[in-house]
Ligand binder design. Structure first.
Ligand code: IPM
Ligand code: MN
Length: 357
């Protein structure tokens, strides 16, 4: 029986209940597919910081880098757990994305059934936003230069970093069937190259990579125009690639257009290590109240299955989520909250898994 070593970070706030729901689905599909998951629990995040003074220990980071094939992570962070500089202490992005060199943050935005439509004339929405994950403005995380009166954060765009994330975006496009509106396999470069030199470099390198993939169509959009287009004509997008901060903002915008970011999974994927998480935060105010929506976390587990080479079980999980939503068994409110809670939704998803995967 294929066995996979997987690390699990349950996280803060709603994290533990979401991860539990995702593990229920993962175990169920694993049973049907003859897969075994050897789980190693990693204690990381805001509560871990409060207890130990570190959001993630160097040993655990090393485990996730070299000791397991992938990590399933819940949302982390608590608003009152802060570093002296005022930023949140329990967040793991700065530690894991750089530490695992997980340079591509792959964020599918897919409209699901049974969710109240947000856009009146969107058509079907199914694109993948690829967010550069190790540089850009986030390269300044924890390093801003300044004093009490002024602070400067610097953005960083490197040739190598841009080449690799753009190549990843084109490879993703090659494996897909194109944009829903026209079936064209296309990668859109999103930047502010009309204003920023670093973004002009990003666009120039994107163009070089595009020449390596002559079978894939390309499009260039400034980020502000992209924000508008993702609302007015989302069905025309297939894959988009962009700098870190732009990807953070536009992926939440994309999530909103399909009914909320609680529905959105992501994979932080390098050439070696990878971790999978929903794109939303830990929502401590609704923790433990059976209101958290586990769909993004369950779909993150499906992305992890894909990454581990199990495309069929991954597709079965996605289909089961879709079926449960379509049948009204996993009802999501207009605020993104789940009726019945994560446990009930996980059970509904499991009900829709095929007998063998
Ligand atoms: C995300 C999150 C993180 C980010 C936060 C929690 C630091 O919003 O994964 O999109 O900004 O990258
Ligand atoms: Mn974000």
């Amino acid at each position: 029986m294929p066995r996979h070593e997987v690390a699990v970070i349950r996280g803060d706030g709603i994290g533990p209940e979401l991860v539990e729901a995702a593990l229920t689905v993962l175990t169920a599909v694993g049973d049907r597919a003859g897969l075994e998951f050897a789980l190693t629990e990693v204690d990381a995040g805001a509560a871990a910081y409060r207890r130990t003074g570190a959001a993630c220990s160097p040993q655990d980071l090393e485990l996730m880098r070299t000791g397991v094939e992938a990590t399933l992570k819940g949302p982390v962070g608590l608003p009152d757990v802060r570093l002296p500089d005022g930023t949140e202490a329990g967040l793991l992005g700065g530690i894991l994305r750089g530490g695992l060199d997980a340079y591509a943050n792959v964020r599918p935005v897919l409209a699901l059934p049974g969710i109240e439509p947000v856009l009146a004339r969107a058509g079907h929405i199914d694109y993948v936003l690829v967010r550069e994950n190790t540089e850009g403005l986030y390269a300044s995380r924890g390093k801003g230069v300044g004093n009490r009166w002024a602070v400067a954060d610097t953005t960083m765009t490197t040739r190598e970093g841009t080449l690799r994330v753009c190549r990843r975006a084109f490879e993703i496009a090659r494996a897909r069937t194109g944009a829903p509106a026209d079936g064209v396999q296309r990668v859109t470069c999103v930047d502010k190259s009309n204003v920023l030199r670093s973004h002009a470099l990003f666009r120039e390198i994107f163009g070089e990579v595009a020449a390596e993939f002559p079978d894939i169509a390309t499009e260039y959009l400034y980020a502000d125009a992209a924000a508008q287009a993702l609302v007015l004509r989302p069905g025309e997008f297939d894959v988009l690639v962009m700098e870190n901060l732009l990807g953070d903002v536009l992926s939440d915008l994309g999530g909103a257009t399909i009914g909320g970011i609680s529905l959105c999974p992501s994979g932080n994927i390098g050439d070696g290590a990878a971790y999978f998480e929903p794109i939303h935060g830990s929502a401590p105010s609704i923790a433990g109240r059976d209101l958290a929506n586990p769909v993004g976390q369950i779909l993150a587990a499906a992305m992890m299955l894909d990454h581990l080479g199990h495309q069929r079980p991954a597709a079965d999980v996605r289909a089961a989520v879709t079926a449960a939503l379509a049948a009204g068994q996993a009802r999501i409110g207009s605020d993104g909250s789940a009726r019945g809670g994560p446990g009930a939704i996980a059970a509904a998803v499991v009900e829709h898994l095929p007998d063998s995967s």
